[in-house]
Design a protein around this ligand. Structure first.
Ligand SMILES: Cc1cc2nc3c(=O)[nH]c(=O)nc-3n(C[C@H](O)[C@H](O)[C@H](O)COP(=O)(O)OP(=O)(O)OC[C@H]3O[C@@H](n4cnc5c(N)ncnc54)[C@H](O)[C@@H]3O)c2cc1C
Length: 433
């Protein structure tokens, strides 16, 4: 039996909620999107600092982010990213460049010619890559990335300079805890189909402008409504659907997609007994931080590449936003996951990172800096972590967000895929059986 549709209420305008809203609105289904903050984008949003647009965290996307790229096409912003063939470089230590060959030969040859690794480690990395293909990138049982690397003799420099930085960047979880299966999912999608899947995509605009702002135009143009600064504080299940309550108002919706971060979903789901299993898995999740340290140097400062790796210190990656955002001399340093940097004040963190940059690239003193510490940047993508499904025990009530069930770790792609899936479930519930 087809459901009677009134309107779909979507809570949270991060990439997940926005993806759901775009798909539904584009399909002629009326939506109302509630966002507690003033700007769209959630954990991937633009922020202002001294008249300069920054992001709450420097982001990188991959060519394999199929649904995100489709969504960008749909709202007309696909050229908003700098697309670079995979090239990982830690100046003076390590360099992996992928030649213009079809996948997976680009990776295999890249590994064979990688600089900074003994020949034996390069061969062993190639064997590892081939074995993963033979295994179809599937493990019989999830284990930690550290355990997987040990089993396949990927210790030494190859682990420290390649696999560990890749795991931290993709899963934001230390290798001794990180899910090897999710890591393999990302490797599979990036390296086994088209060469362009492993491309690195760097946003050229701030993250609100990258997708959410253009998406909002499409949503509004298709009879959708977006309410910013509107925090839903209670959800009530009624005979005719769901009442969403916010300070000063409430409204009834036939369908609801809750697309908040996991920790914000918990109190919202409290009044819905059918959501107890989802609440249980969310409650058992832990979180990992990401620090982004912006340092403004004189305009003539320019790194040899838009993105470089760093080793030995706290800084893991440095992005030159002069290459991407036209802000000459502005660097963004990223530190993923937990670590000693959390023990110091932002001021000291910036000083220490600036010293590391001076040492690595001979940079002068920074003119100003800004540290943005996201303490709960992502859920910890640990081995065997239980993630709630988008479809819940409550009819017409769905969960979207980077933490919900899926192949991907907490990423923009994971968020978008979950939103797209929820939109499909809503549409499916409306089609005649
Ligand atoms: C610093 C940092 C760096 C990152 N780097 C990368 C990267 O390089 N590549 C990558 O792919 N991913 C990266 N990520 C992860 C990526 O940003 C997230 O996975 C993604 O943005 C999550 O989207 P979401 O829609 O699931 O959740 P969110 O972005 O958290 O969106 C949820 C929204 O719900 C709103 N909300 C919450 N409660 C309510 C309520 N009660 N009522 C109304 N609204 C509410 C929030 O304000 C928020 O806007 C990074 C994340 C951070 C924090």
């Amino acid at each position: 039996m087809a459901e009677r549709l009134k309107r779909v209420g979507i809570i949270g305008a991060g990439y997940a909620g926005i993806a759901a809203a775009v798909r539904l609105a584009d399909g002629g289904i009326p939506v109302t999107l509630f966002e507690a903050g003033r700007v769209l984008g959630g954990r991937a949003r633009g922020v202002d600092h001294q008249g300069i647009r920054l992001d709450n965290g420097q982001h990188m996307l991959l060519g394999a982010y199929r649904d995100t790229l489709e969504m960008m096409d749909r709202v007309g912003v696909r050229d908003a990213m700098l697309r670079l063939p995979l090239s990982l470089s830690i100046p003076g230590r390590f360099a992996l460049k992928t030649p213009a060959l079809p996948a997976p030969f680009h990776l295999l040859l890249g590994l064979l010619n990688a600089q900074g690794l003994p020949f034996g480690e390069r061969l062993s990395a190639i064997r590892f890559a081939l074995r993963l293909r033979l295994m179809n990138f599937r493990l019989p049982q999830d284990i930690s990335v550290a355990c997987l690397l040990a089993r396949h003799r990927q210790g030494g420099n190859i682990s420290r300079l390649l696999w560990e930085p890749l795991c931290l960047a993709a899963l934001n979880t230390p290798i001794d805890q990180a899910s090897a299966q999710v890591f393999l999912n990302v490797l599979r999608d990036s390296f086994s189909h088209a060469r362009s899947d492993s491309d690195m995509l760097l946003p050229r605009s701030d993250l609100s402008a990258l997708l959410p702002d253009a998406a909002a135009k499409l949503i509004r143009g298709r009879n959708g409504e977006i309410r910013t600064g509107c925090r839903v504080h209670r959800i009530e299940s009624t005979e005719s659907g769901f009442d969403l309550h916010w300070p000063g108002g409430s409204e009834n919706f036939s369908h609801v997609i809750c697309a908040t971060a996991p920790q914000h979903a918990l109190p919202l789901l409290a009044g819905l007994p059918a959501l107890a299993p989802a609440r249980e898995s969310i409650s058992s999740m832990s979180y990992q931080p990401i620090a982004t340290i912006y340092l403004q140097y004189p305009e003539q400062v320019r790194l040899p590449q838009a993105m470089l790796g760093m080793s030995e210190g706290w800084a893991q990656w440095v992005f030159d936003r002069g290459w991407t955002h036209g802000t000459a001399g502005l660097l963004a340093v990223v530190i993923s996951a937990e670590g000693r940097h959390q023990d110091v004040a932002p001021e000291q963190m910036a000083e220490r990172v600036a010293e590391e940059l001076t040492l690595a690239f001979g940079l002068p003193q920074a003119l100003w800096h800004k540290v943005i510490m996201e303490k709960r940047a992502t859920f910890a993508c640990t081995a065997g972590v239980a993630r709630p499904d988008q479809k819940t025990g409550l009819k017409n009530f769905y969960l979207a967000g980077d933490y919900t069930a899926g192949d991907y770790p907490a990423t923009i792609e994971g968020a978008v895929r979950s939103g797209v899936k929820c939109a499909g479930l809503v549409s499916g519930s409306l089609s005649p059986a």
